[in-house]
Write a protein of this length. Sequence first.
Length: 238
Amino acid sequence: MNIDNIRITFSKSLAGLLSLPLLVMLAGCHTDMWVQKKVDHPFARSTFFPDQSSARMPVPHTVAMGQVPYNDPYDTGMIANSPGGSIAETGVSRGRFVNAFPFKVTKQDMLRGQSQFNIYCSPCHGVLGDGNGMVAIRGFVHQKPANFHTERLINAPVGHFFDVITNGYGIMYSYASSIPNPRDRWDIAAYIRVLQFSQNAPLSVVPKSRMKELMSSGSDTSKPVVSGEPSTASEGAQ
């Protein structure tokens, strides 16, 4: 065999080897994926499933990402379909804000609420909740942040504060994405009750161990007392 025949034979063998993967890939190609019968619209009639629906129903109690089951007061701050609710009172056509916490508030909740309040709320509402945060002091001219010590907000149900944090109110936007855990929102609402109580607390609630300190400080006992114990105030908040 001369050199030319060897070259021809080698070239044919190499071409055969290179074409083998292509043949394998072509053997796996089918058109049935794009020529099969298609579903024109969701839940169209189909013979594939026994119920003749082309789509499957979601698993019971399925909740879409970013949504909550809007029938639980823990997640909404209100009782759905409660008689007497109005759009003016609740922002919705049916339901009423709850006026009790959906869990037993502990001192740990108070401290967590204080921490979250100072981070997210105090820049506008102030550390005392009087609406004199740094944002307001430094030129927030559109509308002054709410003062939690007004009669309207002192008498507001706790569900109102949870709802405002969740959905926003007026020019305040929703903090649901910043405070995604409903428990933290409830803890903030509980701490707001502590602030309200502390600025309107009678002298009779001051512990005896602190009374001497209060009197010796020269404080005006005719004014509301700021309590230093969140756990004491939490009892009055509920």
